[in-house]
Design a protein around this ligand. Structure first.
Ligand code: 13P
Ligand code: SF4
Length: 341
């Protein structure tokens, strides 16, 4: 459906002008007429379909701030997906996030705007690989990052996200765990606990492109720089960082920097994250090395509109897989709901 209305007249303008205020610091006024008709149509259709849009922190600002009802990291999206009473969940993120939403709230229709939105970590390991590891280490718990397929989750004891991996590995009280599939996240967890970690060699194609030398170069240009890094980055990047955390953790850290008077920040993570955080904190300045996640970027406003119009593309999980995968995800959510010290 061609919706572009460059004149941006009448009801679309009335409906979307207040929404534009949320993004005016990052989207030029001249570009808004390209987005506004889609924003208005999506928001209308969302109400008709009793749908909710969940958007990951890596979504572009014109999705993140204008049509999303819930935004956050993988953990927050999983928790909110479990709680929603909407009939339809449109997951603007990547495929494993939509599968997780379906696992935790199976009676809902879960849609993705583009079925090709995958993840290099999820593709790095299969259920057969996990079964082989299980047979080699029968008594060792298998901890699996949520960035995996439902089939891989089904072979696992518990799932984790970057926001709770350390806490859950410690809570298992095992001397050794198998941690799949992100090698760098596994190494980061190992650096934070006394638990022996057996890792897989999966990598995030976005974060593995950063290096410690990149951070050192940026710091040379500005020694006051505060460096925040996602734990999917290689160890030499994490060694240079002032803070390591999930996308949500990084966003909250920037909030604290803003409260204490502002800062100049380098975010070692996907590009749109800095745009979304910058829109919120006027007194924080961002250095922006830009590594894009091509999978996250498959979601666009026109595709979201199509998704709601055609009720496509539905994400389902075969019942025999879902039952076992759900157990691993639910176990993670139970850990995460427990109050921390
Ligand atoms: P978060 O859970 O930190 O949002 O990370 C998800 C992800 O895919 C990072 O690349
Ligand atoms: Fe997967 Fe990396 Fe993209 Fe996150 S940023 S979805 S880990 S490829």
């Amino acid at each position: 459906m061609a919706l572009i209305d460059l004149a941006l007249q009448g009801s679309v303008a009335a409906e979307t002008d207040p929404i534009f205020e949320r993004v005016e610091r990052i989207i030029p006024r001249v570009e808004w007429p390209l987005h506004a008709p889609y924003v208005a149509a999506i928001n209308r259709l969302k109400r008709e379909r009793k749908a909710v849009i969940l958007a990951h922190n890596y979504q572009v600002p014109e999705i993140f701030y204008t049509v999303a009802d819930i935004v956050g990291d993988s953990l927050a999206l999983a928790m909110k997906a479990a709680e929603t009473d909407a009939d339809v969940i449109v997951l603007c993120g990547v495929h494993f996030m939509a599968e997780t939403a379906k696992l935790v709230n199976p009676s809902k229709t879960v849609l993705v705007p583009d079925l090709r939105a995958g993840c290099s970590l999820a593709e790095s390991i299969t259920a057969a690989d996990v079964r082989l590891l299980r047979s080699a280490y029968p008594d060792t718990p298998i901890v699996t990052y949520v960035n995996t397929s439902a089939e891989v989750k089904a072979e696992s004891d518990v799932c984790v996200t970057s926001g709770n991996a350390v806490q859950i590995v410690e809570a298992l009280q095992a001397p050794r765990v198998i941690f799949l599939p992100d090698e760098y996240l596994a190494k980061y967890v190992a650096s934070q606990t006394n638990v022996e970690i057996i890792a897989w060699k999966g990598h995030c194609e976005v974060h593995e492109r950063f290096s410690g030398a990149d951070v050192a170069r940026f710091r040379e240009g500005d020694p006051t720089l505060t460096v925040l890094a996602h734990p999917e980055c290689p160890p030499d990047v994490l060694a240079e960082a002032d803070f390591v955390g999930s996308t949500q953790g990084m966003s909250e850290y920037v909030g604290r920097l803003s409260e204490s008077g502002g800062a100049r920040v380098l975010l070692m993570t996907e590009c749109s994250m800095a745009d979304n955080v910058a829109a919120r904190y006027a007194n924080v300045d961002f250095v922006r090395p830009c590594n894009l996640c091509p999978h996250m970027k498959r979601n666009t406003l026109p595709k979201i509109l199509h998704s709601l119009e055609a009720m496509e593309y539905e994400v389902t999980v075969a019942p025999e897989i879902a039952q076992r995968a759900r157990r691993a995800v639910e176990r993670m959510l139970e850990f995460s709901r427990q109050p921390r010290d």
